[in-house]
Write a protein that binds this ligand. Structure first.
Ligand SMILES: CC(C)(COP(=O)(O)OP(=O)(O)OC[C@H]1O[C@@H](n2cnc3c(N)ncnc32)[C@H](O)[C@@H]1OP(=O)(O)O)[C@@H](O)C(=O)NCCC(=O)NCCS
Length: 186
């Protein structure tokens, strides 16, 4: 078996296209490591989009349009302590800073042998959405995520490798998720 192709921000558009979820293009038999995330895509994503609660983006393979990964994005705001604000050189009297949240992110099981780096590439694409589509009209300083450690404790390492740090305000013991942020401008 040949080695997987490593997808990066440099070569990603040779293999994949990011497309907004639409009612007329079926999501097919998307399967991932956490069945709830596949069920969300099949059963909930379109409704949340129609209701303006989340917008879902599909990473479709260039060759046959198969879905390699998806993410759902929503508007967010994160509360930072004074020390956290200092870290980002945000010298403002208020705590709450606007953000774009990755509410869902999943990579297809069927693509694991063929590609590496799809999760990281989706985070890169979320940044592009912020830079190109949101920030010209309405500010979002951070990418945020609630890292779902209930299903897989390893996702914390995945987000840390991608530059995310835990938010103090929301950290605590016995949590099912860890609230994290990535500064898009530093
Ligand atoms: C989490 C997920 C999106 C990661 O996608 P991916 O394509 O495997 O991630 P990448 O290949 O970009 O990985 C980047 C790095 O993170 C590491 N990593 C990825 N997933 C990891 C995990 N579950 N545990 C530990 N490390 C992980 C990789 O080993 C890689 O490390 P390296 O750069 O040192 O080689 C994917 O595993 C997935 O769909 N999981 C099921 C759904 C889920 O849990 N989503 C997250 C909800 S918050």
């Amino acid at each position: 078996m040949s080695a997987p192709i490593v997808i990066t921000e440099k070569n990603g558009d040779r293999y994949f296209r990011l497309k907004r979820l639409t009612a007329d293009a079926p999501v097919g038999a998307f399967r991932c490591a956490v069945p709830e995330y596949a069920a969300y895509l099949r059963e909930e994503a379109l409704r949340t989009q129609t209701d303006h609660v989340a917008v879902t983006w599909l990473l479709r393979e260039e060759t046959d349009g198969e879905i390699g990964a998806y993410m759902s994005l929503i508007a967010d705001a994160v509360k930072l302590s004074n020390a956290e604000k200092e870290l980002h050189k945000l010298h403002y009297p208020f705590k709450t800073i606007p953000a774009l949240k990755i509410a869902k992110l999943a990579v297809a099981e069927t693509f694991r042998q063929k590609y590496r780096g799809l999760g990281t590439y989706m985070i890169f694409q979320a940044g592009i959405v912020a830079y190109d589509n949101i920030n010209p009209c309405c500010a979002a300083r951070f990418l945020t995520v609630d890292a779902d450690i209930e299903h897989d404790a390893g996702v914390l390492a995945f987000y840390q490798k991608n530059g995310f740090v835990p938010n103090i305000e929301f950290s605590g013991k016995r949590r099912k998720t860890i609230s994290m942020r990535l500064d898009l401008y530093r």
